[in-house]
Design a protein around this ligand. Structure first.
Ligand code: SF4
Length: 453
């Protein structure tokens, strides 16, 4: 299904669409309150954007500096050109350790690489330990939001799911009760797994260390108890200095959930005694995006999710309608880079209102890039021909004043004397809207007549 078909399916459940919209808007408002408490917010955004600009412009040097320092700290560093290589490296590490089970904290990169499916096929049992991720994993579906993976689930549905998989009481929907059940279930997994995988929010070139941000402490629990800690990071996670962390940590939590800081911002530098630590640095299309001048800024993303929470299309169509690991406005910029044909519909899933660019903590020009992708995809022939012909027709009408005036008149006459030609169920635009009363004259006619009077 393309985005509009999947969105249509999502919106069939009117209740779900309404609270999905409201819940995300509530998070957006929390973000606003947190942001307005910081007078230097705009200066922080500017600093973050520039630091990332510097990092992306000198990626080769910073990545090598990071590798050198990490190796000095006793960490094993691996490089993966794509998702498959990343998955093979993880499997190899697990084989060397003799581990057939692994706990994993939230990592959108592993979603992008389809690590869980790959490991499952190879006989490795992976347990996602972020509560929302565990919910979607038990339901056998991907996350729908990068910060709140099961935001599309009602608590009653989670109660049913937990009853089926964790043996909780039937009909239970108290969030405290359900969270406690998940905590007990996950504790057993933490205690028995010898391998843990975490994502990386920021990797510091200067120290070779990295930071993982969670609100549940699950990354720490997994990494601290396991014999092997694997950290997977995209090449764009690098920042030059430790002192830059303060800028990003202040921006990230406020933009994501309106918190002043993420509950756990854990700094990892070296393996503890007796433990092995691996870092896998993954490209998977990022250098291609870096080579596209119009889109390279998208690599500044710190995955806060603010652009999703504010997007009127995302809020009303749900994350799964984007059929990509990262959904929403930023996902619609990243996805065509990976596969233009498969993801050609995504840059069109936007009103181009610019709200995403306004809230982005690293000042990515998101809506401009969506607009630019539309042009690229059309030029490359990935846009459906009906849309292309429609746009051509519109362009010829809009660029010819006589034709424009004639079409306006014809449209108004048609709406007055044959309204069913527009207001009928075959017109998708009409399905959820009331068509306006046609005015007697156009603005131009009114203006000319007014001058005469
Ligand atoms: S593009 Fe900006 S707003 Fe969207 S997730 Fe990334 S950092 Fe956050």
């Amino acid at each position: 299904m393309n985005h509009s078909e999947a969105a249509e399916k999502f919106t069939e459940d009117v209740d779900r669409t309404t609270w999905h919209d409201k819940t995300l808007w509530f998070v957006r408002e929390k973000r606003d309150k947190a942001v307005f408490q910081i007078p230097e917010w705009e200066a922080l955004r500017e600093a973050a954007s520039r630091i990332k600009h510097n990092a992306l412009s000198n990626l080769d040097e910073y990545l090598l500096e990071f590798e050198q320092n990490a190796v000095k700290n006793g960490v094993k560093v691996h490089w993966a050109a794509d998702g498959h290589e990343h998955n093979e490296i993880v499997l190899q590490i697990l084989k060397e350790t003799g581990a057939t089970q692994m706990v994993k904290s939230k990592s959108m990169l592993t979603e992008e690489c389809h690590l869980n499916e790959f490991l499952l096929e190879k006989g490795v049992d992976v347990v996602d330990t972020d509560l929302g991720e565990r919910v979607v994993q038990l339901a056998n579906e991907p996350p729908s939001h990068i910060v709140m993976p099961c935001i599309h689930w009602k608590k009653e549905e989670i109660g049913e799911l937990f009853h089926e998989h964790l043996g909780t009481e039937k009909g239970a929907s108290d969030p405290k009760y359900l969270a406690e059940a998940a905590r007990q279930h996950l504790r057993e997994k933490f205690m028995t797994r010898r391998a843990a995988l975490t994502g990386v929010n920021f990797a510091v070139a200067e120290t070779g260390g990295f930071v993982v941000c969670t609100n549940e402490g699950n990354a720490d629990m997994g990494a601290h108890l396991a014999d092997v800690h694997i950290a997977s990071m995209g090449i764009e996670k690098i920042i030059p200095k430790a002192r830059h962390l303060g800028v990003f940590l202040r921006l990230l939590a406020r933009s994501a959930t309106g918190q002043p800081v993420t509950t756990y911002s854990s700094h990892f530098h070296r393996p503890r005694k007796g433990q092995t630590m691996h870092i896998i640095i993954v490209d998977n299309g990022r250098t291609t995006q870096l080579g596209r001048p119009d889109f390279r800024n998208s690599l500044k993303c710190i995955r806060c999710g603010a652009c999703m929470n504010t997007c009127p299309v995302y809020r009303r169509s749900g994350g799964h309608s984007y059929h990509n690991a990262v959904a929403g406005p930023i996902g619609s910029i990243l996805a065509p880079n990976l596969d233009m044909r498969k993801n050609a519909d995504l840059p069109f899933a936007s009103t181009l209102c610019g709200s995403c660019s306004n809230v982005c903590p690293v000042k990515i020009d998101i809506h401009d890039q969506l607009y630019k992708w539309r042009q690229v995809l059309t030029a490359e022939g990935y846009v459906d021909s009906a849309k292309k012909q429609g746009m051509k027709l519109m362009a010829s009408v809009l660029s010819n004043p006589k034709l424009y005036r004639f079409s306006g008149k014809a449209g108004r006459t048609m709406m007055r004397f044959a309204p069913f030609s527009v207001s009928n169920p075959l017109n998708p635009w009409y399905k959820q809207r009331e068509m306006p009363e046609p005015p007697k004259e156009s603005f131009r006619e009114w203006y000319v007549n007014r001058e005469k009077k």
